[in-house]
Design a protein around this ligand. Structure first.
Ligand code: ADP
Ligand code: MG
Length: 926
């Protein structure tokens, strides 16, 4: 097989690349080790003092930082590098004293790699939690904030408390963000030197901060350095769903129920190609599992029209119905209860396909979630409109420096490099890995497979060897559990439904005779100790806080017992991993395997498969299947073959590649919006923090007035031909100003004179308003107006981008590159939005009456979903509807784009708009 030869050669080189990296760092390890004789004898106080001394040095060397981001990172990195050896040595000693764990040499290497802004691949059980303390402490010394990102709240809390002992020993402060935390506590947590939290909390805090009306209530300080634990889970798997904060929109929910009733009447058909290559279809819809799509056939459309009593689904006025039908079809044909989602307390909760974890609060977008709710007959949450959104990719790319750690990164190294600029370095294990990974065995049917799985579990159980069985879905876990119950095999099931208990259960999966069934990676981050975890067992009996003595006694008791069980387990061969299906990605399979063989422990692993498994059914080549049938598979007799394992790996690689393409594609689209979001958020922040206000307004006034004059009083026309009526109406509309009030001498009027006279009249009126409101009042109104108008327009813009994206997909048929089209059009939409923004802000500033109501801050309803009150402004004031752009097409038409000319260009080049996309866009109709 030429392929495997190539693989081997690649492996050889890759392997040696990692080895070279580790060798490169070896002298630093020696340096740290050399400091130990000097540091170990220090008293606690002396050790702290030594650390404080280094910290002082670092602080003063980083007190002033270059404004340029790249230079800044370089500067800070250089300062920290100079102190790395000493700090690592101190942290190691602090770890020994505060936790009883002295960092191994390979852990020092892992820490250095993290500090360099790379990914440390270290196997499960190698102690990555402890590794992080090294770069975290080093980088926390600048006081600019270090974030440690975990996959769930439980781990954030556990790790911040556990490792917090090291940090506080050294005099650093630690905070931890939790899901239901109040803003004040969040803010305090972010102000600490080190902050632990989940990717969701960090990302949502960022979005929420950018919806606030008061700079004081913002919680985050900045995005300096983040270490992402289980980095592949977060930056690859979870990164497929963006973070979205949404509020209800006006769309009716009735439509979803109505449409839902008709779907069961639809027949699945297929696509047929005749011998001339002409395509035709049968049935009402076509299901394509590979590409995860379902689409109506012509017949299906006709059927839907008949059943719904809609004459033409494709009429623009029925676009919502059509959309609802399509989503309902997907909900019924592609999304399965207890596989893709569960229903709990009347809510549809998404199950993460890769990890099996529940994702409460997350919703599928675009009406799909509602369609699934209709299908399950639960209450439909009103359709949500996006108020703020960001992909995890773009959130994490904001950090000045990013590091990551996981046991399984290498298979995704390309993606990390391409998307995040992160290199992967594979760190050797502290003890040699001795787990035996057996080749897959494969049965003809699922039924035979499960039969065999049950028999194997029974055998292992009787032998006393603990086994961790990995399944791909909750449903399959429960089916296996049923089978085992029938055979009276004691076991526990871990399936993300009991999230709180996961960690405690899996911690005991290494006990003698333990049988644990878990959906892929449930209970991640928890160490499986062979023989059991004494502390966890004791905890189940006595709360260490309420009954410390009883707890301590129980720990002692279990320590003896677990040590004894450990011997038995080792004799039986250590923890065995039994995979019951291959996942689409090799990485997920590796994660499962990795739960065994921790720190040199004995262990083994094997996947048991069937030809009916999804991956085999959909992706394995026909040739392989033929070949296997040829070998004469008999009922109940499996085939064990490295060839099968290899060809599965090939299929997986293919799927991985395709999934990467999908994510890349999504990201390319998101990048367009990301630039715009950055521009909007920057403006918002400038307004909030008082850097922007009057100058922006002055510029907006000039733009609005300029546009008005351009369209009503064109230079090429004689002043007699100017449309004074229109000008009058425009002035009234936007500035509440009558033409008469301006001192225009019409006899000798020229354009410059007109502009000057109107400009002066407008300035005078603004001043007068300011006086009558009181300066402070006016300023806070101005700020409030700018913010709420900006928010409103941004929200609308997001919706438009969604629609644009949807529409662009169809245009791909026009042989144009949809991405290019999308970029162009979204840029235009953005400009139009900025135009409307100026128009409306000006209008409100000049026309709003003072009613002594202070602006209400937006109410944050739930952690994941901020319910938006429709803008107070638009709701309260009917005249808001008359703003140009949203209603009457009469008023201003512009000849110049309205991103402020001195604003950064929304294309993200970093240049001023006028120097970039704004350059040369002078005259001409908009
Ligand atoms: P990982 O996240 O890499 O899977 P963990 O951080 O959960 O691993 O650590 C696994 C176990 O190893 C923990 O029980 C931890 O206490 C232990 N451990 C880690 N580093 C050391 C060390 N240097 N000395 C002793 N025990 C360690
Ligand atoms: Mg871990």
């Amino acid at each position: 097989m030429p392929n495997t030869v190539v693989d081997k050669v690649l492996e050889f080189f890759l392997g040696s690349r990692h080895e070279r990296e580790c060798k490169r760092l070896a002298p630093r390890v020696a340096e740290i080790n050399a400091l130990e004789p000097e540091i170990a004898p220090l008293s606690d106080e002396a050790l702290r003092a030594r650390f404080a001394g280094v910290r002082e040095r670092v602080r003063s060397a980083t007190a002033e930082l270059p404004a340029d981001a790249v230079e800044r990172r370089k500067h800070v990195q250089a300062v920290l590098d100079d102190n790395l050896a000493e700090v690592f040595a101190v942290v190691r000693e602090a770890g020994r004293r505060a936790l009883g764990m002295r960092h191994f040499d390979v852990q020092l290497v892992g820490g250095m790699v993290l500090h360099e802004g790379k990914i440390s691949e270290m196997k499960t059980g190698e102690g990555k939690t402890l590794v992080a303390t090294l770069p975290v402490t080093l980088n926390a010394m600048t006081g600019r904030g270090v974030h440690v990102v975990t996959v769930n709240d439980y781990l954030a809390r556990r790790d911040s408390e556990w490792m917090g002992k090291v940090y506080t020993f050294l005099g650093l402060t630690v905070g931890c963000i939790q899901n239901q935390m109040a803003d004040a506590d969040r803010k305090a947590a972010y102000r600490a030197d080190i902050t632990y939290g989940t990717n969701n909390e960090f990302g949502f805090d960022y979005l929420r901060d950018n919806m606030k009306f008061d700079a004081d209530t913002m919680v985050q300080r900045g995005h300096i350095y983040a270490i992402v634990d289980e980095v592949d889970s977060i930056l690859v798997d979870e990164a497929r769903t963006p973070l979205i904060i949404s509020g209800p929109s006006e769309l009716s929910v009735g439509l979803y129920y109505q449409v839902d009733h008709i779907i069961p009447k639809f027949q699945r058909g297929e696509e047929i190609r005749d011998k001339y290559g002409n395509k035709s279809t049968t049935g009402d819809f076509i299901l394509d599992e590979k590409s995860h799509t379902a689409s109506l056939t012509e017949e299906g459309v006709a059927k839907a029209e008949k059943l719904l009593g809609v004459p033409n689904l494709y009429d623009p006025s029925n676009i919502e119905t059509l959309h609802a039908v399509q989503q309902a079809l997907r909900a019924h044909s592609l999304y399965q209860l207890d596989r893709d989602y569960i229903v709990k307390d009347g809510q549809v909760i998404i199950v993460d396909e890769f990890t099996g974890r529940l994702m409460p609060g997350r919703r599928w977008s675009d009406g799909l979630h509602q369609a699934v709710e209709a299908k399950e007959g639960v209450k439909i949450e009103a359709e949500n409109q996006t108020l703020a959104t960001i992909t995890l990719q773009n959130y994490f790319r904001m950090y000045e420096k990013l590091g990551g750690m996981t046991g399984t990164a290498e298979t995704e190294a390309d993606e990390f490099a391409h998307i995040y600029g992160l290199d992967v370095v594979v760190i050797p294990t502290n003890q040699p890995m001795v787990r035996a990974d057996h080749p897959d065995i494969i049965y003809r049917t699922e039924k035979e497979k499960w039969q065999a799985v049950v028999e194997e579990i029974i055998e292992l159980h009787e032998k006393g060897q603990p086994v961790l069985v990995g399944t791909v879905s909750i449903e399959k876990s429960e089916r296996l559990s049923e089978l085992l119950k029938r055979r009276n095999v004691p076991h526990v099931v871990l399936n993300a439904k009991y999230h709180e208990r996961e960690a405690a259960i899996i911690a005991q999966a290494g006990r003698h005779r333990a049988v644990t069934i878990a959906t892929n990676m449930a209970g991640r981050g928890t160490d499986i100790i062979l023989g059991g975890n004494p502390d966890g067992l004791a905890r189940a009996e006595h709360d260490p806080l309420k009954e410390p003595e009883e707890h301590a006694a129980a720990v002692e008791r279990y320590r003896v017992r677990c040590a004894d069980e450990r011997q038995k387990v080792l004799a039986a061969g250590g923890l065995h991993i039994l995979g019951t299906e291959r996942h689409e990605a090799r990485r997920i399979d590796n994660q499962l395997r990795g739960r065994s063989g921790r720190q040199g422990d004995a262990g083994s692993s094997r996947f048991v498969l069937s030809l009916e498994d999804d991956l085999m059914r959909i992706f394995a080549s026909d040739r392989l299947r033929e070949w296997m049938k040829h070998l004469g598979m008999e009922e109940g007799v499996p085939i064990e073959s490295r060839m099968v394992t290899r060809s599965i790996a090939r299929a997986q690689k293919q799927v991985e590649g395709r999934n990467f393409e999908v994510r890349k594609h999504l990201l390319q689209y998101d990048d367009v919006m990301n630039k715009q979001r950055e521009a909007v958020y920057r403006l918002r922040r400038d307004i909030l923090e008082g850097r922007e206000g009057r100058p922006w307004v002055d510029n907006a006034i000039a733009e609005v007035l300029g546009g008005m004059i351009d369209s009503h009083c064109p230079t090429e026309n004689h002043p007699d031909e100017w449309h004074r009526d229109d000008l009058e109406r425009g002035l009234q509309d936007s500035f509440g100003l009558s033409l008469a009030a301006a001192d225009v001498s019409w006899d000798h009027v020229t354009r410059p004179k007109l502009e000057e006279a109107l400009g002066a009249a407008i300035a005078a009126r603004l001043e007068e308003r300011e006086r009558s409101f009181g300066e402070d009042n006016f300023r806070s109104m101005q700020r409030w107006v700018m913010l709420s108008v900006l928010d409103n327009h941004w929200k609308e813009h997001l919706l438009m981008l969604d629609h644009l994206k949807e529409g662009i997909g169809m245009r791909a048929y026009g042989q144009r590159d949809p991405l290019v089209e999308y970029k162009r059009e979204s840029f235009e939409l953005f400009q139009e939005m900025m135009d409307r923004l100026e128009d409306q802000v000006v209008q409100y500033l000049f026309r709003l009456e003072l009613r002594q109501a202070q602006p209400q801050p937006r109410r944050v309803v739930q952690a994941r979903e901020v319910k938006a009150e429709a803008s107070a402004l638009a709701g309260e004031r009917p005249e808001a509807q008359h703003s140009p752009g949203s209603g009457t097409p009469t008023t201003v038409r512009r000849s110049t784009p309205k991103v402020g000319r001195n604003d950064p260009c929304p294309c993200g080049s970093g240049k001023k708009y006028k120097k970039c996309h704004g350059a040369g866009e002078g005259a001409g109709a908009a």
